[in-house]
Design a protein around this ligand. Sequence first.
Ligand code: GLV
Length: 309
Amino acid sequence: MTILFACTVRDARPWLLAFQTLDPEIPVRAWPDGGELDAVRFVVTWQPPVGLFPRLPNLGAVSSLGAGVEVLLANPDIPTDVPLLRIIDANLTGKMTEYVVLHILRQHRDLARIETQQRAGTWLRFPTRDTARTTVGFLGLGTLGRHAAAQVQALGFQVRGWTRAPRHVDGVEVFHGRDMLPAFLAGCDYLVCLLPQTPETAGIVDAALLASLPPGAHFINGGRGSHVVDADLLAALDSGRLASATLDVFTTEPLPPSHRFWTHPRVTITPHNAADSSPESVAPQMLENYRRLVAGQPLLNRVDRARGY
Ligand code: GLV
């Protein structure tokens, strides 16, 4: 029985080290050195090698390296009765909250202007905004959205959220369903997208959504690139109606060098590292799931294939 780390876009070494440090007895291998493929029961991956899964007759579960599982859900080679597992990790959640807070405060406190003024040696007092009169809206109130919303609220911002289905989140005004989207958006000075990628959420950030935001709003995307219609976002930024976009995720990654986002003065790009998984932090839950699989026990953080996350 082996765990196989099989990911084309991550260095395997820190992952193997994390597993071996936790339990030197557990057999772990890294693709392409998979050993006896019949022995592989548990695969850890993000972008799996093409053609891997049909070669694993005893596959029992596939764990994503991160919170998102859309690549695995779309992989026709993973039998539908094989459980898919995602990561729910306080360290990863905290990093996403840091990202959201960093980029809200950067705009809210005009950091770019402060830096420009200092470079020019200019002492020019300018008014700051009132936090209590600034609203941050979260598209998505899952594990990431709820944590970020609570921390942003603790800083004194007004907080609201939008979810697919009705849900109660303490202290957060929650809107749900497409019908309530315009009312939700109309009050957002900042819109933070932390939705999972599902067929329902693809292209949700389009011209109509952006037009429902108040003029001068800011957009932060820590969800997926597919949530955004790039041309519509660029049009809203070009017109100045949208003050800024901070983007960690893109339809095509790495973001192609010719993409207009790179040079747009209102866009901040980060290379999909807002909330990366740390091997030391997430290996324990993967090992726990491996042990549960071997023992025939229920697995943790199992993806609901019908729901898409
Ligand atoms: C990162 O994007 C993740 O899904 O964890």
